[in-house]
Design a protein around this ligand. Structure first.
Ligand code: ACM
Length: 542
């Protein structure tokens, strides 16, 4: 068995022979292979110091890259077949994406030092003789990164795209706006970033913590930063799905443009970007002005992000201001709606139609099911499995990301050493035994589950070291859940996974990932005295 993560569908090792890359090893690329060729030459070239010159495909001592219709037929466009013989390597993808995932496997087979950016003296350049056939279980293998609560500078985002690629994850859900910050440069509304992208101080710890970080926090991505991020992701066969949250989680936008808020209820001109955590009561006013404003935002979003799906949030929108607002109440009457929930459904429905008229699809958190959701819209099921089950039964596509299973802000172990412990204990093994498809669904409903996503909410992750700690090693287990055809949760071979993790920790070390060591946090990974909010007991399964 090879120690690849996520585990390939089928792998056979032929004895203990090997193929060794050397200064003459060529890299040949057929049609559809150019991106993977470039990536391999850059990555393996840096790690091994080898030139990997373009080589003729008939030669010996060559790594041959191709897209092969026979592989497409057997394994699909994201599948690949990798054959290592004493004379060379054949890597064939079902499509350019499959070829790229195969290149990730190839890199893992070379050993942990293949994850470095310069060669070590005497570093291994050997590949075991083997044949691997592989394909993903799900087409949506996602990671959400919340850059609103704590900004992650562009370099960090590019690094996370590399980490995703190394784990064969292919959807980057980019949570760009929230009460605590607006991170996306919008040309026609400069105040969104001038005002909305920074706050003067930040709650340190869970919202009940008395501690503050008494310094400004902020940052945003320019339109060119976003173009670079999207292109960098596309070269790695990762789709970036932007999230612009409406009508709740919008205080940063209201602080920038007070007319977006419920001006007949509160003095929105005195609002600032929120400096603490939780659910802000300050939500968008359901006015034509707000709709036009966000259409303007989404027009720029569509220019920057080519993804089929655009995430509009839709979660956690308190209705108190709408109940108190004469303007919102007049809107409810004018539209003939039953109540404030129906007003939210109308608001979200407006953007579902707007996106669909432009050839895109809306995706939102499972609250968008309340009051009815537009045809063609998809649902991110976060409040357990229930929303996803209801959505799949109603014929909507679903991404399963139940908070009690795959919210990686939740603590990884019991005990006082976990930094700012919040939520349930979700160990590496718990994540490994997470099952995205609930048994309640029949086969046709189960096909509505596009896949699954791990979510990194960053209220208590103030920098990239904290993000690394919460993400790893659990993201490796999650990647295997999303990619590999694992048996039912209780039958999963966690011991086998842990065994493969021995090699994987060394890859993460070579990549400079600040994961949680199996023995617990290192001293500098702890946050003594910073209050979290642990939830005791096991999480509800549903
Ligand atoms: C969410 O965690 N509010 C989607």
């Amino acid at each position: 068995m090879v120690d690849v993560i996520p585990e390939p569908r089928d792998a056979v090792v032929h004895g203990d022979g090997f193929f060794e890359l050397d200064a003459r090893t060529g890299l040949s690329a057929g049609e559809g292979a150019a991106l993977t060729e470039r990536w391999l030459r850059g990555t393996l070239g840096a790690a091994t110091g080898l030139p990997l010159p373009p080589g003729a495909s008939a030669d010996d001592n060559v790594v041959r890259l191709s897209v092969d219709p026979a592989v497409t037929e057997d394994l699909g466009a994201e599948g690949y077949r990798l054959t290592v013989t004493p004379t060379g390597v054949d890597l064939a993808g079902g499509g350019p994406a499959g070829l790229f995932w195969g290149a990730q496997t190839l890199r893992q087979l070379l050993g942990p030092d293949a994850f470095r950016r310069a060669p070590l003296p005497g570093g291994s350049r050997r590949l075991p003789l083997c044949r691997i056939e592989d394909a993903p279980r799900f087409p949506w293998r996602g990671l959400l990164l919340d850059v609103a609560r704590h900004f992650m500078p562009k370099e960090g985002v590019l690094r996370y795209l590399d980490l995703m690629a190394a784990h064969k994850l292919n959807v980057f859900h980019f949570h760009l706006t929230d009460d605590q910050g607006w991170r996306l440069g919008i040309e026609r509304y400069p105040r969104l970033t001038e005002v909305g992208s920074w706050r003067s101080r930040t709650k340190f710890g869970h919202r009940a913590s008395p501690l503050w970080e008494e310094k400004p926090h902020g940052g945003h991505y320019t339109r060119d930063d976003i173009r670079e991020i999207v292109a960098y992701a596309a070269e790695r066969h990762i789709t970036v799905v932007p999230e612009i949250d409406v009508p709740g989680h919008s205080q940063a936008a209201i602080a920038a443009y007070p007319e977006l808020g419920n001006t007949d209820v509160i003095d929105t001109a005195s609002l600032t970007v929120w400096d603490t955590w939780g659910i802000s009561p300050n939500v968008l006013a359901p006015t034509d002005n707000t709709l036009r404003f966000y259409e303007g935002v989404f027009e720029e979003v569509l220019e920057l992000f080519p993804s089929e799906f655009v995430h509009i949030g839709g979660d956690e929108c308190p209705k108190d201001q709408w109940r108190a607002s004469p303007a919102a109440q007049a809107r409810i009457r004018e539209l003939g709606l039953a109540d404030e929930d129906a007003l939210q459904a109308w608001f979200v429905g407006h953007f579902a139609k707007w996106l669909s008229a432009r050839g895109r699809r809306l995706i939102g958190w499972d609250e968008i099911l309340e009051g009815g959701v537009a045809e063609g819209a998809a649902v991110s099921s976060w409040r357990g499995y229930g929303g996803g089950i209801a959505a799949a039964r109603a014929g909507h596509d679903v991404v399963m990301c139940p908070e009690q299973h795959v919210y990686l802000d939740h603590r990884q172990a019991d005990g006082a050493d976990e930094p700012v412990p919040i939520g349930y204990v979700r160990t590496l093994e718990d994540v490994y035994r997470f099952e995205p498809v609930p048994p309640e669904l029949d086969a046709s409903q189960a096909r509505r589950i596009l896949g699954t996503q791990a979510n990194l909410w960053t209220e208590v992750m103030e920098d990239h070291a904290r993000v690394d700690y919460q993400a790893f090693p659990r993201l490796a287990a999650f990647a295997e859940v999303a990619w590999s055809a694992l048996p039912a949760p209780r039958d999963r071979d966690f011991a086998g996974f842990e065994h493969r993790m021995t090699a994987h920790y060394r890859r993460l070390d070579a990549l400079g990932v600040g994961y949680r060591p199996p023995g617990g946090p290192l001293p500098w990974q702890r946050r003594p005295g910073v209050p979290g909010r642990p939830i005791e007991g096991p999480p509800p399964n549903r």
